[in-house]
Design a protein around this ligand. Structure first.
Ligand SMILES: Nc1ncnc2c1ncn2[C@@H]1O[C@H](COP(=O)(O)OP(=O)(O)OP(=O)(O)O)[C@@H](O)[C@H]1O
Ligand SMILES: [Mg+2]
Length: 240
């Protein structure tokens, strides 16, 4: 069986792509499938296969019929032909629909040798939290493993509530990452992949020793903390 891990959360901006980037760092050989309205994981280069979704999901659903049913055909075919542990970054407003399609094809995927893991990312925002039990329950019949990352970028989720909504899943946490403004700009431009390649001397020359060191420390810490947060899911992904 080939393991495929999908990162889901219909709410935008909760840290799905950061999570995907962390998995790409932890499992360097894993191909990445990116589903979004426009490509973003540029730094991963040829590892990424990009599929465009219409940003306006409501319009697709309202239109019904062939257009909506065929929307994920190429994505489904790409997943089914995976031969290496693969990560899917499922863009906002797409997760629940894609999950429904996968659920309907669960036997076909099993026959194709694909085993699914589902990773739901949430922040403390009510809109994101509400998605967690919904997505986990849709995934329950066909996902071999389920994970939740509590991203504390918008504060901490009440632990009792988290335990309840993430029932059945392995939960890990990503702290809010405070970093130097310049560090944030470097991460924005090069993702996590650029961090291990940072040249300390070049940073010192450009920003001075004090800020240059701070930028490098901040970015190194952020990369490690994201890698820690994705560790349970990464271990499942590569266990076979
Ligand atoms: N724990 C964190 N600490 C600091 N910044 C964070 C944290 N998590 C995410 N971010 C930042 O928040 C922004 C949104 O994150 P990201 O792009 O991963 O979200 P997303 O869920 O993929 O969004 P979309 O739904 O648009 O695809 C990014 O700039 C990211 O660097
Ligand atoms: Mg994203």
């Amino acid at each position: 069986m080939t393991r495929v891990l999908g990162i889901f959360q219909d709410k935008g901006g909760v840290g799905k792509s950061v999570t995907c980037r962390g998995l790409a760092e932890v499992v360097p050989g894993a191909p990445v499938i990116e589903i979004d309205s426009s490509p973003r994981l540029f730094e991963l280069g040829k590892r990424v296969t990009f599929f465009q979704t219409r940003a306006d999901r409501e319009a697709i659903e309202l239109s019904g019929g062939a257009a909506s049913r065929a929307e994920f055909d190429q994505v489904i075919d790409a997943i089914a032909s995976a031969t290496l542990p693969t990560v899917i970054d499922v863009g906002a407003n797409t997760g629940a629909s894609l999950m429904t399609v996968i659920a309907g094809l669960r036997e076909d995927f099993a026959a194709a040798g694909i085993e699914f893991g589902v990773l739901v990312v949430t922040t403390a925002e009510p809109g994101a939290l509400a998605e967690v039990p919904k997505l986990l329950s849709v995934a329950a019949p066909w996902a071999a493993a389920r994970f939740v990352i509590e991203n504390r970028v918008k504060g901490q989720v009440d632990p009792k509530l988290l335990l309840k909504i993430a029932s059945g899943a392995t939960v890990s946490c990503l702290l809010n990452q405070v970093m130097d403004e310049k560090a944030a700009a470097i991460m924005q431009a090069g993702g996590l992949a650029s961090i291990a390649k940072l040249d300390a001397k070049a940073l010192h020359t450009k920003f001075g020793i004090a800020q240059g060191s701070r930028i490098r420390r901040d970015l190194t810490r952020v990369r490690l903390e994201v890698m820690q947060a994705v560790r349970p899911a990464a271990e499942w992904l590569i266990a076979k």
